[in-house]
Design a protein around this ligand. Structure first.
Ligand code: TRP
Ligand code: MN
Length: 448
């Protein structure tokens, strides 16, 4: 582990979940091209996020990481980006207002284009096809040609990430996130629901406080803190050729940063200690996440902490548990205790989505909102019992009015899933379910 690192040293390690690119020359041209393009984020921003996450590690802030399971080349529009941002801002407002704790906002966005798969192939109508691996790699269309990995998609993913990030920067710094607009983030279909009305009541309180402050001579536009938000990007660093191509040395500090996003995480399927993903990410100075499933052992988790954060920098490492509602109560506490006792200053976040996926009666991949909440409640209970800080949540959601997860305020059933099932990968919470979740998390946090 202590051997020398370079942006390409991962190439000497076994790399899980990499596509088989049929044309090495084309792959080489694509990654060389990416290597010549400007970085998407810069080192100072990644350092700022590490600093904010250090506050979470110390129990003074809360992490809200949310966005699509997988972004799509097809569902790419200003409205979709705006609506996703709206629901994340709404959740952040609910959490900040209800708990009085700063909320660090990180999107699964502007780079979340690659998916790990349980099997490299998939049988469609009696034919074995390569599995869909996300729009950065291939198309979801079930033909041999469409499923063939195409390196030009790496470049397209870069450009879509750049355009997405540009709009996010404009929205979050240009006035859209100004606190005086809290009511306007509530979309029509949400506003009419009980969750939406509950949100409007919080927004009324904030409006009133802002009017009071305006009367005292402080208005939101003159206060950057009230007028803007820091919004960071993140994705699973899965396709290592892409990540390597966007890795640059910071001229100020001489350190390496993966400039494809502010924060990168390693998935449950690619976190092997001697594997390429751990090797690559240990050498970049971005804040990192690692997904931790129910079967992870204490030794594995401690070894990951040691490999990825040997200097024990607070905020550098976020452990994202994804265990399942039925397993978290047994599986999480020993890990919390061991990491605490070893003195690793990690952020603990809860991904209540990936351990709770099942196939509905109608053959749709879905999640039950109640199971999502149960896992989050188990996460909080385990932390209160161990005296550790339940630092955040990691959610798959969309601003749209989709029907992909059952349950929630509207009590969506299996038969409703066909109405608006639009995801290209895992089922996401819709706008109403997301706001509902934020209120429930705020209540759990308040019970400390
Ligand atoms: N800048 C502060 C923050 O990010 C306050 C703030 C401004 C805010 N606009 C917001 C908080 C929108 C949540 C949502 O916390
Ligand atoms: Mn997913």
């Amino acid at each position: 582990m202590t051997s020398s690192w370079s942006p390409s040293s991962w190439q000497h390690k076994p790399a899980a979940q990499q596509p088989e690119w049929p044309d090495e020359g084309a792959l080489d041209r694509a990654t060389k091209h990416l290597g010549s393009l400007p970085p998407l984020v810069f080192a100072g921003e990644a350092r700022a996020l590490t600093g904010q996450l250090a506050e979470v590690a110390e129990g003074n802030a809360f992490l809200l990481q949310a966005g699509d399971c997988a972004e799509s080349f097809d569902a790419f529009s200003a409205d979709a980006i705006r609506d996703k941002l709206k629901v994340i801002l709404q959740m952040a407002v609910v959490l900040t207002y209800s708990t009085g704790v700063p909320v660090i906002k990180v999107g699964r966005i502007a780079g979340q284009f690659a998916k790990p798969r349980s099997s490299p192939t998939e049988r469609v109508d009696g034919i074995d096809l390569p599995s869909f691996r996300g729009h950065m790699v291939n198309s979801i269309v079930p033909t041999a040609a469409a499923r063939t990995p195409d390196p030009d998609r790496l470049v397209q993913a870069y450009h879509q990430s750049a355009a997405t990030l540009n709009l996010l920067r404009a929205f979050t710094k240009g006035g859209f996130a100004d606190l005086s607009r809290v009511h306007q983030w509530n979309q029509q279909f949400v506003a009419a629901s009980p969750e939406g009305r509950r949100y409007d009541r919080v927004a009324d309180h904030i409006d009133r406080a802002l009017r009071f402050m305006a009367a005292c001579g402080i208005n939101t536009e003159s206060q950057p803190n009230l007028h803007e938000v820091d919004f960071f990007t993140s994705h699973e660093a899965l396709i290592l050729g892409y990540e390597e191509a966007l890795t640059r040395q910071d001229s100020l500090t001489g350190k390496w940063y993966d400039c494809s996003a502010h924060m990168l995480w390693i998935g449950e399927r690619s976190r092997q200690l001697d594997g390429a993903h751990v090797e690559f990410l240990r050498g970049v100075d971005n804040p990192l996440g690692v997904k931790i499933g129910a079967t992870a052992t204490v030794d594995e988790v401690l070894a990951l902490c040691e490999a990825l954060n040997p200097e024990r920098v607070p905020g550098r490492l976020t452990l994202i548990s994804r265990m399942g509602a039925g397993k978290i109560a047994d599986a999480l506490p020993p890990l919390l205790a061991a990491v605490r006792d070893a003195g690793h200053p990690v952020v603990w976040a809860c991904d209540p989505m990936h351990g709770n996926t099942f196939t509905s009666d109608t053959g749709r991949k879905t999640r039950d909102f109640d199971a999502v909440l149960t896992e989050i409640a188990g996460f909080f209970a385990a932390h209160w019992a161990e005296g550790t800080w339940p630092g955040g949540v990691h959610i798959e959601l969309t601003g749209d009015d989709v029907t992909e997860c059952i349950g929630g305020g509207e009590a969506l059933g299996h038969a409703d899933l066909d109405d608006r099932y639009e995801t290209i990968c895992d089922p996401r919470l819709n706008g109403k379910q997301s706001i509902d979740l934020a209120f429930q998390v705020a209540e759990l946090l308040d019970r400390r």
